[in-house]
Design a binder for this molecule. Structure first.
Ligand code: UTP
Length: 493
């Protein structure tokens, strides 16, 4: 067995990973052998060569003229559409939820290296008055959506929550949910499954030792979802439960509307097999990927792939032509997911992410590199867009629905502080529109608090899913910051 492995490694030019073999205990050797023998070196080499042949490991850049914006008749906007139309979308969405046809799928396998917390990002609290974590905020939205639907349709509906984790995030996520009693959700409606891992490679394609008897591995990107849906049996679970539409979203948008009935109803109205929620890109140099068409096929084109002409191009009304900013918020019809899994899996390309990967050096010492020293191969969730037959795009209002959490405090954007402020400011607008009188925090504020708004009033998702139903609770009421409107505060349970 050991000899076979040695030969395979030598043939693949990867025998250096055995350089500490003699120092390993027999149990360590067994684990290491298992890890290495699970790798397909030929495919790994091909994937590495294919992706590193591209400039910067990204997709080919697009020349002016290649690109078109999304098709107008598959485009909707919550801000410019007739409010009655938005209401109709919402009702259609709720009807789907009532029928048990909606599932939610959270992408929570990322390592969150930029944020740098030693636990899964979903467990993060961004310093809200309630102290809630991202997982809790999302779980409570699902509970509230079920209640709203039951009230309107006299049902007892369930929205299953599929959570894709990875080797790093699975156990802590599982424990966190168990510890918090699944935040009130039915335990068998919270389904965790794991995505695959791939080895990190040096810039010349060599495997990296994380430890003397362990390879450095990383999850295969959020596009690893499709393979994982198949291998984990979750796609079959969806079918068994009668799920027809799956809302897929990333863990780190603090303002995400989980299973948003407006988005679901919009996609159903468009008879879409695949939908993307987007926010308007306002500045040409914002580094956000945009949803558009290339050669007639829908795609997300990264900021770096856009030509300077397309980046700056504007419509007659002055808005950027390529403004459909992708926020990793999608709706997939189950038949589309099945098609992706059975027909298109091998067509999904890899992208390269350059990362700092800790490793043991030639002297056997642990090194934490300051500069990127490795590439990770990743698939992206949106790379299935070209396979859609009816692709719909819904533009939503950024300040209402998008507050990304990517970086640690101290960075210029997308930090716990920026996300917290965006949530507090949205809830302030909801409460003021409902007639509440909001009082600021009584504090001389220390330096760290200075940046926060003085009004700090939070609305529990268990009270309101998206700002609805608040006036009967708060109209004319004085709320002194910091304040959290919870069901125990007179709101319906
Ligand atoms: P990001 O691309 O922001 O990556 O993920 P990340 O791992 O969270 O953070 P960095 O880049 O290391 O700082 C966007 C979404 O995709 C999920 C993340 O959990 C997040 O919800 N994701 C990412 C996965 O589920 N699996 C992956 O392999 C990568």
């Amino acid at each position: 067995m050991e000899d076979v492995l040695r030969e395979r490694l030598a043939a693949a030019g990867q025998h250096h990973v055995l350089r500490y073999w003699d120092e390993l205990e027999s149990a360590q050797r067994e684990v290491f052998m298992k890890q290495v023998s699970g790798l397909d070196f030929t495919t790994l080499r091909q994937d590495f060569e294919c992706v590193t042949a591209l400039p910067d490991g990204q997709g080919p850049s697009c020349s002016p003229g290649d690109l078109e914006p999304p098709l107008n008749n598959f485009l909707g906007s919550v801000s410019t559409s007739d409010p009655e139309c938005v209401q109709t979308w919402r009702q259609r969405g709720l009807l789907q939820v009532a029928a048990g046809a909606v599932g939610v799928l959270l992408l929570a396998g990322g390592q969150g290296t930029r944020l740098g917390v030693p636990y899964p990002k979903g467990m993060c609290k961004v310093g809200l008055p309630s102290g809630k974590s991202l997982y809790q905020l999302q779980a409570e939205q699902i509970l509230q959506l079920q209640r709203l639907t039951d009230k309107v349709h006299s049902t007892t509906c369930q929205v299953p929550w599929y959570i894709m984790t990875s080797h790093h995030t699975n156990e802590p996520t599982r424990e966190f949910f168990a510890q918090h009693n699944y935040f009130g959700l039915q335990r068998d409606n919270v389904l965790l499954f794991e995505q695959s891992m791939l080895p990190a490679l040096t810039f010349d394609g060599k495997l990296i030792l994380k430890d003397k008897g362990e390879l450095a591995m990383a999850p295969d990107g959020n596009g690893g979802l499709y393979k994982a849906l198949d291998t984990s049996g979750m796609l079959q679970d969806m079918e068994k439960r009668g799920v027809r539409n799956v809302h897929v979203y990333c863990v780190d948008n603090v303002l995400v509307r989980v299973a948003d009935p407006v988005f679901i109803g919009f996609c159903i109205t468009m008879a879409a097999d695949c939908g993307a929620k987007v926010v308007e890109k306002v500045l040409p140099n914002e580094s956000v990927g945009v949803v558009c068409r290339v050669g007639g096929l829908n795609r997300v084109v990264e900021y770096s792939e856009l030509s300077p002409e397309d980046t700056a191009r504007r419509d007659p009304d002055g808005r950027l032509t390529f403004r459909a900013g992708n926020i990793c918020n999608h709706l997939f019809h189950i038949d589309f997911l099945k098609r992706v899994v059975t027909e298109h899996l091998s067509k999904l390309p890899y992208h390269v992410a350059k990362k700092k990967v800790p490793h043991v050096d030639d002297a056997g010492k642990q090194v934490k590199p300051k500069q990127p020293n490795a590439v990770k191969l990743e698939k992206f969730v949106f790379d299935v867009f070209p396979f859609a037959e009816r692709f719909a795009v819904l533009e939503v209002i950024r300040r209402d629905e998008f507050a990304p959490l990517k970086n640690a405090d101290g960075a210029a954007t997308d930090t716990p502080s920026t996300a917290r402020r965006l949530l507090l400011s949205l809830h302030q607008r909801w409460l003021e529109n409902a007639g509440a009188i909001l009082r600021p925090v009584c504090s001389n504020s220390s330096d760290t608090e200075l940046a926060d708004p003085l009004i700090q009033c939070e609305v529990s998702p268990l009270v309101s899913y998206a700002g609805e139903g608040l006036s009967e609770l708060v109209n004319g009421r004085e709320l002194v910051s910091p304040f959290v409107l919870e069901p125990s505060d007179g709101a319906p349970k």
